[in-house]
Ligand binder design. Sequence first.
Ligand code: X2X
Length: 340
Amino acid sequence: MKLLTRRSALRRLCAVPALAVAGGGFPLIARAADFTLKYGNNLPVTHPLNIRAQEAAERILKESNGRVDIKIFPNNQLGGDTDMLAQVRSGGIDFFTPSALVIATLVPVAAINAVGFAFKDYDQVWKAMDGALGAHVRAAIAQRKLYAFEKMWDNGFRQTTSSKAPVNTAADMDGLKIRVPVSSLPISMFKGLGAAPASLQFSEVYSSLQTKVVDAQENPLPIIQVAKLYEVQKYCSLTNHIWDGYWFIANGRMWEGLPADLKTVVARGINEAGLAQREDIKKLNASVQSDLEAKGLQFNQPSADTFRQQLRTAGFYKEWQGRFGDEAWGLLEQSVGKLA
Ligand code: X2X
């Protein structure tokens, strides 16, 4: 956060270039924002997350009468997920949107929404994440001195792409060199399925597929589209194995230091943009497959049965029930039914 002192504000005014006095002859000195806040994320600017975040920043600037100016640094400009998570903790940046899988490296229970084949549909997802399960995770995030806004943003149901062959059953995962995010749950899950998962930050995914460091990856279709992963993958299997979302988080000290009226403006701007972003992804989901097919990806639709069965046999659900604890697991099962 950059809080302008009177002196630095004066310095800024003195630095206003001659250009500002062109035009009407009156100096067009814009009032500097009281709070210039940095927000970093890992997605290309064309993803709905960035489009809606930009809208939110404009709305917040306006509704705060110019007092809060959020600057967005998309597409891993400030480093990969691991770096941005460190920066939002230290205050180097003010906001970050880690996927639940990514923030789980700091707040383990945050990976609970990513338990394999748990959520059946979005109805279940938003009831849980806007309800008791989401509240449980947000409380755990708060313990790490980060503030999580109430509404999670959508990443989507994760699908499996490969340059080698389609995945139809769990047996097709055998030995598959697949990139997963830097997070222990997907590593455990893909090992349970018999694959050979490798953790890489998203910033490295395109090049590692291109150079065949890995043969496969898994992500929601909108990401496969905006990050152009179809250029380096042939097959897309609609495994729907994980539902993944983004927590919009703020540095805790910065958030505490923000005056109450500005907190209200910022939270409203971000939460409402999040709800709109969910709708964007929903609309995209209806059209993105045919777009990706036109770009050459071949689709297939496996049934979840063999995967779920294999995960049970591998002890995946038992293990993660133990790791998350009975309270969080109970909240998940309240939303999706018995898992183990
Ligand atoms: O890294 C990924 O695969 C991504 C973009 O889905 C996340 O942010 C977890």
